[in-house]
Design a protein around this ligand. Structure first.
Ligand code: CA2
Length: 150
């Protein structure tokens, strides 16, 4: 069965608890439940993780090789700063879908830059928690195209 890792970066554990005007009222536990329901419907397996630490995120991306078929990554603020995450993605040979709750291109200038985008298959942003289900569909679509080409 196709296995997807859904990896969340710093401060996303606070989802639904702080700044609801920016990030909404849905908690990360509720997002995880939505992803598990989506996995059930689409016949894949999802593993949901969150870390506030850049090195942990690098370790988790490296460990995905040979275990997961795709990664859905909301790297939070590390999106805009982390060459280490970019290098980890480049080296791991597991396709990554970049995901954001908010539309990073409609926000402050510093959020327009993504170190993940150049090494990701694509980016989904601005759709709130629904973006996670969209990202699962997008990654399954990408993986089925890859296996059709093989
Ligand atoms: O829109 C997204 O998903 C972001 O990745 C969220 C990051 C932000 O730095 C990115 O530019 C865009 C911030 C995540 C912080 O999440 C919080 C949730 C609730 C309360 C406080 C922070």
């Amino acid at each position: 069965m196709t296995s997807l890792l859904i990896l969340n970066g710093p401060n996303l554990n606070l989802l639904g608890q702080r700044q609801p005007e920016v990030y909404g009222k849905t908690t990360l536990a509720e997002v995880e439940a939505m992803c598990l329901a989506k996995a059930n419907k689409t016949g894949c397996t999802v593993y949901f993780q969150q870390s506030n630490h850049e090195g942990d995120l690098v370790d988790t991306i490296q460990a995905a090789r040979g275990i997961h078929d795709g990664i859905i990554l909301n790297a939070g603020a590390y999106t805009h700063t982390s060459v280490a995450l970019m290098d980890a993605i480049s080296s791991v040979q597991v396709p990554v879908c970049e995901l954001h709750l908010s539309n990073i291109h409609a926000r402050e200038e510093f959020r327009h830059k993504s170190y993940i985008a150049p090494v990701a298959v694509g980016q989904i942003c601005g759709f709130g928690p629904a973006g996670y289900a969209l990202a699962i569909d997008a990654m399954l679509c990408h993986l089925s195209e890859l296996s059709a080409d093989a």
